[in-house]
Design a protein around this ligand. Structure first.
Ligand code: HEM
Length: 151
């Protein structure tokens, strides 16, 4: 019984830190495309561009990359504890499809950041405004899957 309680305690702490990491990751995924909207219209080589490059690099390297790794690793630990029988939870698969979509989106933002750093303008301001909606929609689906577990 004592061991069961300990394992449950570990599970809920891991889940708490999973959700904390997810919040930091999502904050970056929502903010970075917004930074790119401003960056796309900044004068090449100007003061605003220099400031945006620093802000983008810090957001990606200090917040987004570590938060994504922590969310993913703790998420896998949660699967191992409670959902090792992967085939009994369809909601988990739907969640994972959207999570991999977010990882791909993260990769695209990372590639664009390197292009901005080389002085390029990878996409238009309008495109970044539209791309901004992707993480919002994915987060809504993922949270409903994780909490409601509809199927
Ligand atoms: C990175 C890969 C991810 C994996 C492998 C993963 C996996 C999991 C697992 C297995 C659980 C435990 C479910 C349970 O209580 O039995 C969980 C909880 C949760 N996850 Fe994730 N997740 C990931 C990313 C995300 C993302 C991106 C979000 C939100 C945008 C999210 C939101 C949540 C929430 C809110 C809970 C708590 C659910 C509850 O206690 O009812 N997860 N996750």
């Amino acid at each position: 019984m004592a061991t069961e309680n300990l394992i449950w305690d570990i599970f809920i702490w891991v889940k708490a830190f999973h959700v904390i990491a997810v919040i930091f990751w999502m904050a970056g995924l929502l903010l970075l495309p917004r930074f790119y909207v401003y960056h796309s219209t900044a004068k090449p080589g100007g003061e605003l561009e220099a400031q945006m490059l620093i802000a983008e690099a810090r957001l990606m390297k200090i917040i987004m990359n570590p938060a994504m790794v922590v969310a993913f690793v703790l998420g896998l630990a949660l699967i191992a504890y409670r959902h090792a029988d992967l085939f009994s939870s369809a909601w988990l698969w739907v969640k994972l499809v959207f999570v991999f979509g977010l990882i791909g989106f993260h990769g695209m933002l990372s590639a664009d950041r390197k292009k901005f750093a080389r002085g390029e303008r990878p996409r238009s301001e309008k495109t970044y405004r539209k791309l901004n909606e992707i993480p919002s929609i994915a987060a809504i689906v993922i949270v409903i899957m994780a909490i409601v577990e509809p199927f």
